[in-house]
Write a protein that binds this ligand. Structure first.
Ligand SMILES: [Fe+2]
Length: 225
């Protein structure tokens, strides 16, 4: 049921077109010959299609900035010049309405100035979905995102702008897709000169997506006294 104060997805063109960009990415891009990536891409687009057909009311979330969001205009400018220009332009149209957050209970101070993410679709909204989360993560230039993993969650990143590396394995450019399966340990570093903006998708059981329990893997010394 649609209430006058909560527009449905189809009455919110900016959110709808942003989701269409995700749909096009996961529908028409290549899996690079990987069966695991092909299966992940199908899971994402099937769940996204179901939400778009269902046409839910949007959930109002308070917009929130973080220090790193000062880099968002530059990230979008660069994104609009590269392979992911449609996604960068669609994101620009909702940038005042995004809820940027950290996700970790304990946030290393240095990282708190250089990292944040926002959700577009998921259990908390703004577009509600129980078994899929879509969003963006933004890194300042020269960021190290410490090693971590996600239990029961499969995660893909697609580069929108900037250059980054995962586990020192390669340098990824706009349009690249990287899959992290449940439990895969990963550590991200970003280029020195420009911010890095990644679109991401998480699939997993609803109870896990509701409470991802994000923890950095690095051991911390127990506090005394
Ligand atoms: Fe991750």
């Amino acid at each position: 049921m649609t209430s006058p104060t909560a527009p449905c997805l189809k009455d919110s063109p900016n959110w709808l077109y942003l989701l269409r960009e995700f749909d096009a990415l996961y529908r028409h891009g290549s899996a690079g010959g990987s069966a695991a990536i092909r299966a992940h891409r199908k899971r994402v687009r099937d769940r996204l299609s179901a939400v778009m057909t269902q046409n839910p009311d949007l959930v109002a979330r308070d917009n929130a900035a973080k220090p790193v969001t000062a880099h968002l205009p530059r990230a979008l400018d660069l994104g609009e010049r590269a392979a992911m220009q449609g996604m960068a332009r669609a994101l620009r149209e909702v940038k005042e309405d995004l809820t940027w957050e950290y996700g970790y209970e304990r946030m290393p101070k240095a990282l708190s100035r250089k990292y944040a993410y926002c959700e577009i679709l998921g259990p908390k909204g703004p577009v509600q979905c129980a078994d899929l989360i879509l969003g963006f993560v933004l890194f300042a230039p020269g960021t190290t995102y410490p090693q971590h993993s996600h239990q029961e969650i499969e995660e893909s990143y697609i580069s929108v702008s900037g250059a980054w590396s995962e586990n020192n394995a390669a340098v990824f450019a706009p349009g690249s897709l990287i899959l992290n399966r449940s439990g895969d340990e990963h550590r991200i570093t970003t280029g020195d000169l420009d911010p890095c903006l990644l679109a991401y998708a998480w699939t997993g059981p609803p109870e896990r997506l509701q409470n991802p329990d994000m923890k950095l893997t690095a051991k911390r010394k127990p506090k005394t006294g």
